[in-house]
Design a protein around this ligand. Structure first.
Ligand SMILES: *Cc1c(COP(=O)(O)O)cnc(C)c1O
Length: 347
């Protein structure tokens, strides 16, 4: 007997997620907040220990209330999860039968084809017409039950135009997921739209702008009916009591802190873009906390950077782009370390 005797059909060839394990002195690989965690969350976690003998709230009632106030949407429109990964996975399971098609923009977040296959569904990738411009006709003719879009998009940083989403929502008879993990770094017209539409789910996270990737808290905004289906598919008790207290504390106390990190990030992103231009490299226009820089032989550039103590994410053969590295924007010192290493790595 081999594992194939036991393995579910369709799981063959799906590997574990390979996060960059090698610890670099300057880690610019995962788009987290390099200014650190939301300060109030730390104290909240410390004092949350007294409650851990008991189960947390099954669907994170106080966290839902906090998100509802933060985004000015009714609490019934919110579903939560163990990271927005969990919300995305649960939403795919909730809205797509096994064998159904999930269409997605390309390139995009690498976990989506994986979650699609793990739920027995079929991923179909639809390249952008040009940076940020969706091929609405191709998405519609893909026979999808669910369409996944991401704005600002990981790994490119491009944003989708609201008119294109309106067009898609009006003509599509399935659910559209718009992943807004990077919403805090740009204007976000989509979250407000989601609570009043019957087929739009916007997902968001505490992992990026709030610097809380370790507590694993994500959420979605949609009609109450879709939110209930996502919560059903997800199951109870997915957010620990410590994580819930930390996220609530951050939302209640650290919005101004988060916005000041975002402002500094934007200034550093602009100056890194200019610096790269002066070196002869053109980063893609980005509305998120990272820059995608097209470079030849990205894998080897990434390896050289790692050997110089700087971690980035390397991509090969992306649709419409080719090879590129993705660099998280952080404090000035880190950006200087990156530029020094980059100059050596591409020499
Ligand atoms: C980081 C990221 C996520 C996952 O975030 P978690 O909430 O930590 O699970 C989801 N979507 C995109 C596009 C991301 O970049």
């Amino acid at each position: 007997m081999t594992v194939r005797t036991f393995q579910r059909a369709g799981y063959e060839g799906i590997g574990l997620y390979s996060a960059i394990e090698q610890q670099c002195a300057v880690d610019l690989s995962d788009n987290t907040n390099l200014w650190g965690p939301a300060p109030s969350a730390i104290a909240a976690i410390r004092s949350s220990g007294e409650r851990i003998a008991r189960y947390p709230a099954a669907y994170s009632t106080s966290l839902v209330r906090a998100f509802s106030e933060y985004l000015a949407v009714p609490p019934e429109c919110i579903a939560t999860g163990c990271g927005s990964d969990d919300v995305l996975d649960s939403a795919i399971r909730a809205f797509v039968e096994p064998g159904g098609v999930v269409a997605m923009c390309d390139p995009t977040f690498s976990m989506i084809p994986v979650f699609t296959r793990l739920n027995g569904a079929v991923p179909v990738k639809i390249p952008f017409v040009e940076s940020g411009r969706l091929d609405v006709e191709a998405l519609l003719s893909s026979r999808a039950r669910l369409i996944y879009l991401c704005s600002p998009n990981n790994p490119t940083g491009s944003v989708v135009r609201p008119e294109q989403i309106e067009d898609l929502l009006a003509r599509f008879d399935g659910v559209v997921i718009l992943d807004a993990a990077y919403a805090e770094f740009s204007d976000d017209p989509f979250t407000a739209m989601a609570s009043t539409r019957d087929n739009l789910v916007v997902t968001r996270t505490m992992s990026k702008a709030f610097g809380l990737a370790g507590i694993r808290v994500g959420y979605s905004v949609s009609s109450p009916a879709l939110a209930a289906e996502i919560s059903k598919s997800r199951g109870p008790y997915k957010i620990s009591s410590s994580s819930e207290s930390a996220a609530v504390a951050a939302i209640e106390n650290d919005i101004a802190w988060m916005r000041s990190c975002v402002e500094e990030m934007q200034a550093n992103r602009n100056s890194l873009g200019q610096k790269l231009e002066s070196l002869g490299f053109q980063a893609l226009a980005s509305s998120a906390n990272f820059l995608m820089i097209p470079v030849a032989n990205a894998t080897s550039v990434g390896e050289k950077l790692a050997s110089l103590g700087v971690g980035v994410r390397a991509f090969s053969d992306l649709a419409g782009i080719g090879d590129a590295i993705r660099v998280t924007i952080g404090p000035e010192k880190m950006m200087e370390r990156f530029v020094d290493a980059f100059v050596q790595a591409v020499a």
